[in-house]
Design a protein around this ligand. Structure first.
Ligand code: 5GP
Ligand code: ZN
Length: 116
């Protein structure tokens, strides 16, 4: 699965529509198509990276950008004060279904811990 047949790369290229919430030079934030909370936004790097496990030192700035973007999205969506969750699944067993790095920003309801 390379960037040519990657769903999120297609969204980055504008080939598949997405409900964009915010964007930065290195990232894009858009609503999850199957929201699991009143606020459910995905933050993805514009660059194709499979997931957290594929990051290396050269991605340090990009990795930081993802977290900063998640906090920005939370402020935009009005959940910064009420609380929200930032989560990224790594591997199929952990629930990763799209193999282009993405950070879920979930909020607007009480979150349970630990996740199932
Ligand atoms: P994962 O399961 O890999 O952690 O998260 C992938 C997320 O992408 C899922 O929550 C799923 O609902 C979402 N998703 C899958 N296909 C699309 C799509 O075409 N558009 C949008 N906006 N979200 C998608
Ligand atoms: Zn991709």
């Amino acid at each position: 699965m390379g960037m040519d047949d990657c769903l999120f790369c297609s969204i980055v290229r504008g080939e598949i529509p997405a409900d964009i919430v915010a964007e930065g030079e290195s990232w894009l934030a858009f609503r999850d198509i199957q929201p699991q909370a009143p606020v459910h936004v995905l933050v993805i790097p514009r660059e194709h990276v499979e997931g957290v496990g594929s990051l290396d030192a050269e991605h340090a700035a990009l990795a930081a950008d993802m977290l900063l973007a998640a906090a920005e999205v939370a402020r935009i969506e009005g959940v910064a004060q009420s609380g929200y969750r930032v989560v990224t699944n790594v591997g199929e067993r952990a629930g990763q279904s799209v193999f282009h790095l993405h950070v879920h920003v979930l909020g607007g309801r009480r979150m349970r811990w630990p996740p199932g």
